[in-house]
Write a protein that binds this ligand. Structure first.
Ligand SMILES: [Mn+2]
Length: 390
């Protein structure tokens, strides 16, 4: 029985610009976070006793990567202690002026380029073929150039591209499960899409996603794969274990502030929404919804939180509150509805005056106020937004 253990990652995007709004140090901190996520991967190489590291494209941003980051890369990659195999992606393509051609990479790093796409390591019984990018944009690859697998070796294909998705005009190196299966390799190490996937129709294909999420469109789990392959009597078995590498995570939430009478109350509702989240880990985008007449200064409101939170965005999508006095005079169904609910609220309040601590009456008043809002919402806008705070 033969065994091969390796770590498979992709899409680090070192020195990504991080253009979105955050506090002053947001972009710099996030670029450091990417380095830390990569350090987490390199730590795993050691703790797993992995025999090689695969990086399937977009290791860095061609346009913005700095010399200090390349120096840092040299240091950490040379310290990896195992062969590191890299294919260029669409953000770090194998251009004439690519760092892959013009930088002195450590001896244990192998860049699989169109000139040298294959690497056979006899000591590990492994054959790796790499299919990366040589420009920022590439269409369907020519799979006829992929050499046949090497008998009794672990055959791995590294691809930066799009597997089994129909992006007719937008495709970056599209391939299908059938096409890859026909090549007869044992493991297809994907890169390009930033969400982890291990559920392709082709069970031998794995996409690790970005080790550190790069924006609010990259929520959820972010990490890489620790892969163990075993070969016995000509049969190869894959065990790909996902592990988390991300330093921070993005969260988008919406908050209905209908009924808030002061900014202080809005703040309190936001604080309630943050329960279970951590300022040192979570990056927030909150969209305020509902109806209010409060004048909301979102920058000021966000400023209240951004001392503790690295990224705290607040968007205002609230609408002006209903003018009950105006609507009461409305000759249509809206007016009739408002008058009916209003008279019920008044009689409940009258009863409350005679019987203060009556919990049933308090509940009934709450119900009627909600009924007023929901009913008017339905009559005015024709729909009711889902509210999960009630
Ligand atoms: Mn990418």
């Amino acid at each position: 029985m033969k065994t091969l253990k390796f770590i498979h990652c992709a899409d680090l995007h070192l020195d990504a610009p991080f253009k979105e709004t955050g506090t002053g140090t947001y972009a710099d901190t996030r670029r450091k976070d990417i380095r830390e996520a990569f350090s987490n991967i390199l730590d795993r190489v050691k703790t797993e006793n992995a025999q090689m590291l695969l990086i399937c494209g977009d290791l860095y941003e061609h346009g913005t990567v700095g010399k200090s980051t390349l120096d840092w890369l040299y240091m950490v990659l040379s310290g990896a202690g195992v062969p590191v195999l890299i294919i260029p992606g669409n953000h770090d393509p194998y251009l004439k002026n690519s760092w892959y051609r013009n930088w002195d990479w450590p001896g244990n790093v192998k860049i699989l380029s169109p000139e040298n796409p294959s690497l056979v390591m006899d000591d590990l019984c492994v054959n790796v073929f790499g299919m990366g990018f040589s420009s920022f944009r590439e269409d369907k690859p020519d799979l006829s150039m992929v050499p046949p697998p090497v008998k009794d070796y672990f055959n791995i294909m590294m691809i930066h591209g799009t597997l089994d998705m129909d992006f007719t005009n937008q495709a970056y190196k599209p391939v299908t499960s059938e096409e890859l299966e026909a090549l007869g390799y044992d493991y297809y190490a994907m890169g390009h899409f930033h969400r982890m996937r291990d559920d392709y129709a082709l069970r031998k294909a794995f996409n690790p996603g970005s080790p550190e999420p790069l924006g609010f469109d990259e929520q959820g789990f972010h990490g890489a794969f620790a892969v163990t392959m075993t070969m016995e009597q000509g049969k190869t078995i894959i065990k790909a274990e996902r592990f988390e590498t991300s330093v921070r995570s993005y969260h988008e939430k919406s908050l209905d502030i209908t009924g808030c009478k002061t900014i202080e109350e809005v703040k309190m509702r936001i604080i309630g929404l943050l329960e279970g989240l951590r300022p040192d880990r979570d990056l927030m985008r909150i969209t305020l919804t509902g109806r209010t007449d409060l004048s909301l200064e979102t920058d000021m409101l966000a400023g209240f939180f951004s001392e503790d939170w690295l990224c705290f965005q607040i968007y205002n999508k609230t609408q002006k509150d209903f003018n009950i006095e105006e609507l009461e005079k409305d000759p249509s169904l809206k007016g009739a509805f408002v008058r009916e609910i209003k008279s019920r609220i008044e009689s409940v309040r009258e009863a409350m005056g005679k019987d203060p601590g009556n919990a049933e009456l308090q509940k009934e008043e709450e119900r009627l106020l909600l009924a007023m809002n929901f009913g008017l919402e339905a009559l005015v806008s024709g729909r009711i937004e889902w509210r999960d705070d009630i």
